[in-house]
Design a protein around this ligand. Structure first.
Ligand SMILES: NC(=O)N[C@@H](CC(=O)O)C(=O)O
Ligand SMILES: [Zn+2]
Ligand SMILES: [Zn+2]
Length: 433
């Protein structure tokens, strides 16, 4: 199939490209990027007044499969990703059973191949069963195809074990994605940011220190072991400052932020809306301001959704009992454009870099760019499209979004994976999965 994308504003941060130009795709690859391409093709997409960018890469997604298929599956998560403009997603290992061995990785890879509209790269657990006692066989997992290791959902409490994992990851040249939370610093029932708002609402708090202690620890351990560390879902002023200081001292380290942590604060927490409950929790205005500064000055390299689907059953309970997490794949680009580009925090190219080439570099994979010869993973966005987010329109099996009803601007219209149009003018290709 030959596909021509005409007259789009092509933004490719990896090659410093930002101009109105055409892209020609054949047999799954980009074969030409030039002005006024005139050839016979099977299909032309008129991208006039649209952005044409590398397919988005999300390094932090929960697909819930195996074990929690009532919340999401590899198929529905893949559909949700395609709808959001993502062409590659990395899935976290906190499934049941945990992704900690070759068999489960093969299961995920097999299902991804047959059922997902987008590329899925599994992430292996750091410890067996995420029990924090014994390391998983990291080498075996890398051979089976994991792109990284992570204990996401919790922290490896034992520093010695974490150091050992970092050493092995360094040897195998894969990154470690760290969920930073010292559980011993959190009171039982902690459900939102600890501060004035939690005291007013009478909800038990989760302190900033409980995150920052582990950010500092893991940066120290990563430095000693020479391994690649990515701080997951950074949420506090202190964490941003720690990462900024380490980078200034020359440490090569990565940090990701989720859209809800640059958009909402603990003032948005309402006890009757459990879709404002996630881990780490929504923090204060000061924290959000610091995150925005960190996005602007490059301290924060990556935007990752932490797509964490939960069933109504897990959310229609008291605030304290509700599950942590929100869906994110279908609202990410809209929040990036509305909150960051349209408010002048990031240039279009800076936003796209944090969703494409930066995550690709962190993972060490050849993706996230538009170059002749590259696999044609491409997203086309209408940045002028204004609408109200409606969680009932989500492709995800779960609807737990705090952004339901929020007015935003920007939507992915076409998602092209391997040269194949999996979302065509807002409509997903396969209805059977
Ligand atoms: N972010 C969340 O609130 N929840 C995640 C776990 C995690 O990312 O730590 C989940 O798996 O539900
Ligand atoms: Zn986490
Ligand atoms: Zn997560």
């Amino acid at each position: 199939m030959k596909l021509l994308i005409k007259n789009g504003r092509v933004i490719d941060p990896a090659t410093n490209l930002d101009e109105i130009i055409d892209i020609l795709v054949e047999n799954g690859k980009i074969i030409s990027i030039e002005k006024n391409i005139e050839v016979q093709t099977d299909r032309i997409i008129n991208a006039n007044s649209l952005w044409v960018v590398p397919g988005f890469i999300d390094v932090h997604v929960h697909l819930r499969d195996p074990g929690f298929e009532y919340k999401e599956t590899i198929a529905t998560g893949g559909r949700s990703a395609a709808k959001g403009g993502f062409t590659t997603i990395c899935c976290m290992p906190n499934t049941k059973p945990v992704i900690d061995n070759k068999e489960i990785i093969e299961y995920v890879n097999m299902k991804a191949k047959t059922e997902s509209l987008v590329h899925v790269l599994p992430i292996g657990a750091i410890t067996k069963g995420q029990a924090g006692v014994e390391l998983a066989d990291i080498e075996e997992m890398v051979k089976a195809g994991v792109c990284a290791i992570s204990e996401d959902g919790k922290t490896v409490v034992n520093s010695g074990l974490m150091e050992e994992a970092l050493k092995i990851a360094a040897k195998l040249n894969i990154p470690v994605l760290s969920h930073c939370e010292d559980h011993s610093l959190i009171k039982k029932g902690g459900a939102m940011n600890e501060g004035d708002r939690s005291r007013r609402l009478g909800i038990t708090g989760i302190s900033a220190e409980s995150e920052e202690v582990i950010v500092a620890r893991d940066m120290i351990l990563a430095k000693g072991t020479g391994s690649k560390l990515n701080i997951c879902h950074i949420s506090t002023k202190g964490s941003v400052e720690l990462v900024r200081d380490a980078k200034r001292r020359g440490q090569k380290i990565w940090a990701e932020v989720s859209p809800h942590h640059f958009t909402l604060t603990d003032k948005d927490v309402e006890p009757n809306n459990t879709n404002t409950k996630m881990n780490p929790p929504l923090r204060t205005e000061k924290d959000v301001q610091c995150i925005i500064d960190g996005l602007r000055d490059g301290t924060i390299d990556i935007i990752a959704t932490d797509h964490a689907p939960h069933h109504e059953m897990d959310k229609y309970v008291s605030y304290e009992q509700a599950a942590f997490g929100i869906v994110g794949l279908e609202t990410s680009v809209a929040l990036g454009i509305t909150e960051l580009v349209n408010k002048g925090v990031l240039s279009p190219s800076q936003l796209i870099a944090k969703m494409t080439i930066n995550p690709a570099k962190m993972l060490g994979i050849k993706k996230g760019q538009l170059k002749v010869g590259c696999m044609a993973d491409i997203t086309i966005i209408d940045t002028n499209k204004e609408y109200e987010i409606n969680c009932n329109d989500f492709e995800s099996k779960s609807k737990n979004s705090p952004f339901h009803g929020r007015k935003v601007k920007g939507k992915a219209l076409y998602t092209i994976v391997n040269g194949e149009i999996v979302m065509d003018n807002g409509k997903l290709k396969r209805e059977d999965i």
